[in-house]
Design a protein around this ligand. Structure first.
Ligand code: GLV
Ligand code: MN
Ligand code: MN
Length: 419
């Protein structure tokens, strides 16, 4: 045993193979490659299936056993010395935005795979097993709400709700999981996890601006999503006098501008209307119905609650003055998250030991880690991305920074897996 522990000490200085990690990222990015260098792999599409299949193949080649749960979350397990211990888990998502980049989510998944490969290269046995996870529909681009796979796993949503989420064509998560062959039979959640770590690009400008390599993520801001439907009357654009109209588009436009202003006027807030549908969508018909979405975020729960009230009041005022119908439905409400103090400290320590410039940071984006934090000690590792741009085909990160984040992941996982 002493001999093994001495070997372990020596092994503490292991490094991942950054070139191998980069090659895998570029290989995955070919699946759904877009003209401007990004990826489009919408959740549970044929391309998502291809990405999942490639990941599963790589994991099997690395000696991992694969399991899939009822939400289609994939788990690849590398056994531990004491395989009865709860696993140390690493993971993120492989689905992308419609015009997504090559790194959002994919990095956290493939950095985990690179950690497993590095452990294999050195014949390093961890005490606890190590698992990789791929969470279903993190982005929420095809099926709302976002982070539905990790949300069901963590008990934030019932399984039935997760499986019933539907896209704009009425196809459900459950049906699409069956179709692409990823409707697993394992129970979703309800098992202990020793610790969970998610590596991710920052998706914002702070690390790059401050010349830091590692973001030690202490938590994430709160997020609310709403569906808004504004109802008016369809009528002829040429013959309906301006004072006799119930123009849903004009009302919705006022609401969009107001929502954006609330974001600007609330310190630390961000607000976005990212999606809109107009009916009947004909240039010479006054729109009778407009549907749009609101994404509102703030790091402070009370401030988010105030924004909620303001948004509802402002939209109701605009609708009332124009004689329009208004329906606002809640799609998701995720409170601000504080990650586990010990896991966060482990990330900070690992960055320090490896000599990487680092700073603490709060995530502006939502992540699977925000839900897994409810059922396991959790933290995240950020690396910079070019100009802070993400949810964009041109999203970019350097091999050096990606390697650094993966080295931090390796260290924290090795430590957490040790009894
Ligand atoms: C996830 O991508 C988010 O919207 O934060
Ligand atoms: Mn992501
Ligand atoms: Mn994303």
């Amino acid at each position: 045993m002493t001999v093994v522990k001495q070997k372990d000490q020596h092994m503490r200085n292991l490094s991942v193979d950054g070139a191998r990690l980069w090659d895998c990222l570029m290989e995955m990015a070919k699946i759904g490659a877009t003209p401007k260098g990004g990826s489009r792999r919408l959740a549970l599409s044929n391309l998502d299936r291809e990405g999942r299949d490639l990941f599963v193949r790589w994991c099997r080649e690395a000696g991992c056993a694969i399991r899939v749960d009822r939400m289609g979350n994939i788990f690849a397990r590398r056994p531990g010395r004491d395989d009865g211990l709860p696993p140390v888990m690493m993971g993120s998502h492989l689905d992308t935005q419609p015009s997504g980049g090559r790194f959002d989510g994919v990095y956290g998944v493939l950095a985990g795979l690179e950690v497993v490969r590095t452990l294999n290269d050195h014949g390093y046995e961890t005490d606890a097993p190590v698992e990789l996870s791929v969470w279903t529909n993190e982005e929420g681009a095809r099926f709302a709400p976002s982070m539905i796979g990790s949300g069901v796993f963590a008990g934030a949503y019932p399984l039935e709700k997760g499986l019933a989420c539907s896209d704009t064509d009425g196809r459900t998560v459950g049906g699409e999981l069956q179709r692409i062959g990823y409707a697993g039979d394992e129970e979703c959640g309800g098992r202990p996890i020793r610790a969970f770590f998610e590596a991710h690009i920052e998706q914002g400008p702070i690390l790059e601006a401050e010349d830091k390599t590692i973001g030690v993520v202490t938590g994430a801001q709160g997020l609310r999503w709403y569906d808004v439907t504004v109802g008016g009357t369809d009528s002829h654009a040429g013959t309906t006098p301006m004072d006799r109209r119930r123009d849903a588009m004009a009302g919705a436009a006022g609401m969009v501008v107001a929502v954006e202003r609330i974001g600007r006027e609330t310190p630390a807030a961000v607000t976005t209307v990212g999606m809109m549908r107009v009916a009947p969508n004909s240039r010479n018909v006054i729109p009778g119905e407009v549907f749009f979405t609101i994404d509102a975020r703030h790091p402070d729960a009370a401030a988010l609650e105030t924004m909620d009230t303001t948004i509802r009041d402002v939209c109701a005022d605009i609708a009332g003055q124009a004689g329009l119908a208004l329906k606002i439905s809640d799609v998701t409400d995720t409170a601000p998250v504080v990650f586990d103090a010990e896991c966060v400290a482990a990330v900070r320590r690992a960055a320090e030991q490896a000599g990487y410039a680092h700073r603490d940071i709060v995530s502006g984006a939502g992540h699977d880690a925000c839900f897994i934090n409810r059922v396991a000690p959790t933290a995240m590792i950020f690396v910079p991305c070019k100009d802070g741009v993400s949810h964009n085909e041109t999203e970019s990160a350097t091999p050096e920074d990606l390697t650094a984040g993966c080295n931090v992941l390796l260290r924290v996982v090795m430590d957490a897996a040790e009894v």
